[in-house]
Design a protein around this ligand. Structure first.
Ligand code: NAP
Ligand code: F7E
Length: 374
């Protein structure tokens, strides 16, 4: 029997990988998109028009749209990935974050109950290592106490508890995956990893002088998003509805990520100074950079603009339960491979963006000269 999945947040990093994963397993995949003045669906453009992939307009802040859609699609599985997912932005837009990331989860649960699907429809909730926040133990597992440390984390904590409540109160198959940071070449450009890999590529190609970052000491357990979406599915295939920590069990600092990313872009860095005065300075360059970067150039600096009112600084997950009960391998893609593949992607992207801009310039020049729009 073909299964039907509904994905909220289908246009995001995880939604796009999860769609590919489920389509490859023969699912009928439905995704929620929201109206925007620019049609920004780059991550799923390659799936649009394929027979088993369907998009619908709805919004996590609009209960009626969710109730109607769940009734229409009659999903066997819902993957609730939609969220205002940027921690720093949650300090600027806390109410919106709470509406989408907290009450949005409740709306999905109620949409399932309103359509009398609570005994047949399983729900995956995209929970987060940010729940551990101001950490109370290292590493963090399913039994570590929560101490959320941003409006984002507080909203996600509501999502975690309301999922647990509906599981117990209404005997629903709904679970949270407590996922640690996972990155990819599709990661949003303002998250620290992608900001670094794009900047390293631009700096190596002479398109940017310096990268400004916030807390370089912050420690994260970074995995590869493509490996993590498998776990979302495994959690819903598990015999009983349970919550799982998904992480690699390996930790690195933002500084280490930057050092390795610049290395793959052909630039060896040394670090000087402390705190807001710390700088990443070019120690050596290879032929990749083609003399666009020079030894002694300051290519990374700290800007307090990227400090957070409260920052989570020591995340390290213990994925033992997922390994044991889901048979998931947390080391499929190593940290080193992750950084390398992201930089390789962004080196090509920066070069291609340049080529495209060049063609646009030539076309514009010809148009202005000859009046022909190419
Ligand atoms: P992402 O790239 O930021 O994608 C978020 C998705 O949510 C986008 O599709 C976005 O749509 C959608 N969305 C936001 N507000 C919405 C609304 N009001 N109605 C409908 N859709 C809305 O996030 P991600 O990295 O893929 O993460 C997926 C989920 O996992 C999120 O819930 C995130 O909080 C959680 N999480 C992520 C990580 C991580 O490291 N990536 C770790 C733990 C948990 P638009 O494209 O229209 O903006
Ligand atoms: O920050 C520090 C920053 O924004 C990581 C989301 O997917 O993962 C993500 O949240 C660390 C923080 O991710 C910059 O202070 C330094 O300590 O990449 P990030 P995040 O906050 O960990 C969790 C698991 C989620 O659930 C979220 O949805 O890096 N940092 N300098 C910086 N961070 C950013 N963004 N920009 C900087 O310039």
């Amino acid at each position: 029997m073909t299964k039907t999945a509904l994905i909220t947040g289908v246009t995001g990093q995880d939604g796009s990988y999860l769609s590919e994963f489920l389509l490859a397993r023969g699912y009928e995949v439905h995704g929620i998109i929201r109206r925007s003045s620019v049609d920004y669906r780059e991550r799923i453009a390659h799936l649009e028009g394929t027979p088993h992939f369907h998009l619908h307009y709805a919004d996590m802040s609009d209960s009626m749209s969710l109730v109607k859609l769940v009734g229409k699609v009659q999903p066997d599985e819902i993957y609730n990935l939609a969220a205002q997912s940027h921690v720093q932005v949650s300090f600027d837009a806390p109410e919106f974050t709470a509406d989408v990331d907290a009450v949005g989860v409740l709306r999905i649960l109620e949409a399932v109950r309103t359509n009398h699907l609570e005994k047949t429809c399983k729900i995956y909730q995209a929970s987060t290592s940010e729940l551990y926040g101001k950490v109370e133990e290292v590493p963090q597992s399913e039994t570590t106490p929560f101490h959320p440390y941003s409006p984002y984390a507080v909203a996600k904590l509501y999502g975690y508890w309301i999922i647990k409540e509906y599981r117990e109160a209404y005997d629903m198959f709904c679970c949270s995956g407590i996922l640690f940071n996972h990155e990819s070449e599709r990661r949003g450009e303002t998250f620290v990893t992608r900001k670094i890999t794009l900047a390293a590529a631009r700096i190596a190609q002479g398109k940017q002088d310096c990268l400004y970052l916030g807390n370089l000491d912050s420690l994260r357990d970074w995995g590869y998003a493509k490996d993590y979406v498998e776990c979302m599915w495994l959690i819903l295939q598990h015999e009983t509805p349970e919550d799982f920590v998904i992480a690699t069990g390996v930790q690195h600092s933002v500084r280490e990520f930057a050092t390795l990313a610049f290395h793959h872009a052909g630039i060896e860095l040394r670090w000087e100074g402390e705190g807001v005065n710390e700088k990443g300075i070019v120690e050596r360059v290879n032929e990749l950079t083609n003399e666009r970067v020079k030894v002694g150039d300051v290519v990374v600096a700290v800007s307090p603009d990227f400090y957070r009112p409260t920052d989570v600084v020591n995340l390290l997950g213990d994925p033992s339960k997922a390994k044991r009960e889901l048979g998931w391998n947390p080391q499929t893609t190593s940290f080193e491979q992750l950084v390398e593949l992201m930089v390789a992607h962004d080196m090509k992207k920066v070069a291609a963006d340049d080529a495209a801009a060049e063609i646009r310039k030539v076309n514009l020049a010809e148009f202005l000269e000859k009046g022909i729009d190419k």
